[in-house]
Design a protein around this ligand. Structure first.
Ligand SMILES: [Zn+2]
Length: 156
């Protein structure tokens, strides 16, 4: 997992990201609306899993990885994921953490610069990051099933 992605994932699990709902609770912000869609309140569940923008990106990642991603990130889902090989589990988790990080970056760009990458551009960036990361990290022979799994997802 990319260190900044895992740190971001950790903050989101702890509910520590400065979403507009959180800022509102702290009395810092009066507008709770999502920086991306401006329709719903911006809390962690909405931003990553329910926002129309994030849903499109999530569906693209599901198609790419050929795996059903959760409606919301939970530890139970992580445990279920462990039924896969260790490598596949780590790659899927790294992709989810990377997706969440890039959505947060896109959200910040939308808030500050009024610029939002398309979901396709966001997923392409994620794929590029994951490819570089995996190719640079693998130094031991892979199990045949993991080689096939990675090649099938253009990660090897
Ligand atoms: Zn939204």
């Amino acid at each position: 997992m990319v260190p900044r992605h895992s740190f971001h994932l950790w903050l989101s699990i702890l509910g520590r990201l400065q979403t507009r709902c959180r800022l509102h609770q702290l009395g810092i912000c009066t507008d709770c609306s999502c920086c991306i869609c401006a329709i719903n309140d911006e809390d962690i569940a909405h931003l990553y899993w329910q926002c129309p923008y994030s849903s499109i990106a999530k569906n693209m990642v599901q198609d790419w990885l050929k795996i059903r991603l959760p409606d919301i990130f939970t530890w139970q889902w992580c445990v279920q994921l462990k039924r896969r090989s260790k490598l596949q589990w780590r790659v899927v988790l790294a992709c989810v953490a990377g997706l969440m990080y890039l959505i947060w970056q896109a959200r910040n760009d939308a808030r500050v610069n009024q610029v939002l990458p398309t979901p396709a551009a966001l997923v392409q960036q994620l794929q590029k990051t994951m490819c570089c990361r995996i190719r640079g990290k693998i130094h031991v022979p892979l199990l045949r099933k993991d080689q096939v799994w990675l090649k099938d997802r253009n990660l090897l």
